[in-house]
Design a protein around this ligand. Sequence first.
Ligand code: ATP
Ligand code: ZN
Ligand code: MG
Length: 535
Amino acid sequence: MRFAGKILYILSKPIPEELKVELKDIVENLNNTILVKGVGKPELGAKIVSYNVVNNNTIVFNVVSGRRVKIHDAALRARRKLAEILGKKYRIGIRNIILEDVTIELEGEHKVSLKIPYVKNIEVKEGKTLIYLSTLEESDVKKPIIDRLLKLLYEKEQRLLWGGKAEHWYLIKQSGVKGKEQMFKEDPNKILEEIGWIKRFSIGQWIYTPPFTYLLNMVKNLFLEEVVKPLGFEEAVFPKMYPLDLGLRTGHLRGTINSMLFAALPISYDIAEFEELIDYMYVTNKAPPEEVGKYVKPPSYFLCFAQCEPFYQFFSKEIMSEKSLPIKWFDHAGPSFRWEAGGIYGVERVIEFHRIEVVWLGLPEQVIEIRNKLLDRYEHFMDKVLDLEWRWAWVTPWYLEQEGAVVEIKGIEINKPGTIDFEVWLPYKGPREDRKSWLEVGNISIHGTKFTEPFKIKHSKNKILWTGCSGFGVERWAIAFLAQHGFNPSQWPEKVRNYVKKNPMPKPVEAVTYPTTDKGRKKLEEILQYFSRQS
Ligand code: ATP
Ligand code: ZN
Ligand code: MG
């Protein structure tokens, strides 16, 4: 990101000759001090490349700058110094600052809306985007809208640079290869449907009958008992429908709107206002979405997306003390929703899924320590409880990279904000070597101040607060477990077998027409036999 443009300082009096002469030194001084102060590399700062005086009372600087001292920052930085010299020596004040012909150059070809205030024109050519801004006055420059516009442009650039990179997935740890003689090779999603334990409800939604619910609760309870509760996390209940404003603050509405589901309120509480629609549905026995749409307001909510959003909302504007920290909660009070379009598959990738969301708040060292303890317990859970072939990858999203610069992570520094994905091998999908044979079952993140800042979560002694969260996708873990261990509990690892011994499996539905196929019924009998031998 580069800037170029003119900064005009309108003075309160005509410019004396002596000042015109002195300008050369002033400019040199600005270029060597405040315009490059604290920027690391000088090209990230600002530079006055030429200057002149017009209309007797206006100093004009032609400036180029980098992202650390954006041109409007440069204007304000230089103003302070100029005001000092002009005031002391010449008794002249600065009446106004005007920024003219400002262009912002971004790497890469980008779409930028002309509806955005101050954006006058856009030119995309030869792998670069030029954004021409309208003239800005001092009062404009001080508005947060300019900062947000520049942040938006910077993020567009970074996202493209980051996304264009083939790899931002770094293996950090993996289990040994399990030497099982005959690793289970079938697709558990298909078996579950065939034996009637799950039934399609709508696109990407299923009804889980008691036996599959039992399996979900099995992995869930083992995780709670072996990982979450021993570390002292306590259960909370979070809402599952969020006002749009919350998504604005977490950034999800800007970042992932294409995979969010929305909810809308009815146009009125008076049923009389729906009479025409009701009559229409009555007679046609149809409910066309376009017709129904006329009777609801525009969406004012989105459905639970990341599941930790209400946590930040809860602590928003609260002041925490040493004694109240760290906070360690988890929520599994309801489903999460994702629009996955063509990616929907089995119960692995659904529109409505279930997750245990573990979330914590504290001083940076507390947040790191909690994450590290969780990692230890996760490892125990994957190895000793579920006995899986797994791997962990550092997948820090571009916006958590501190510098924003695209960096090659060599020795990964995991004690900084970032995300680790947990993946499990699905033998039914193909060989371990194939990236597509692995399923992300969960992840763990340290957010730094990504949420404590916008939500204004404060510390009584003004210390910095961080947050972290970890999502445990219940369907994903269940599928991963079944994909490697199959449906015969005698083949399962000890802790899971013990769970089955202690907790009897509920009866499946066996109706005249259900499960639907002969193959499915046979398979069901076989699996029921396995389970009966366990009790
Ligand atoms: P993927 O890359 O597989 O789409 P993601 O990066 O979108 O996953 P996150 O946003 O990190 O997933 O969500 C946290 C966890 O929620 C995932 O690790 C997974 O266990 C679960 N999850 C996410 N999307 C789905 C889905 N559509 N169906 C089932 N579980 C899901
Ligand atoms: Zn989260
Ligand atoms: Mg996803």
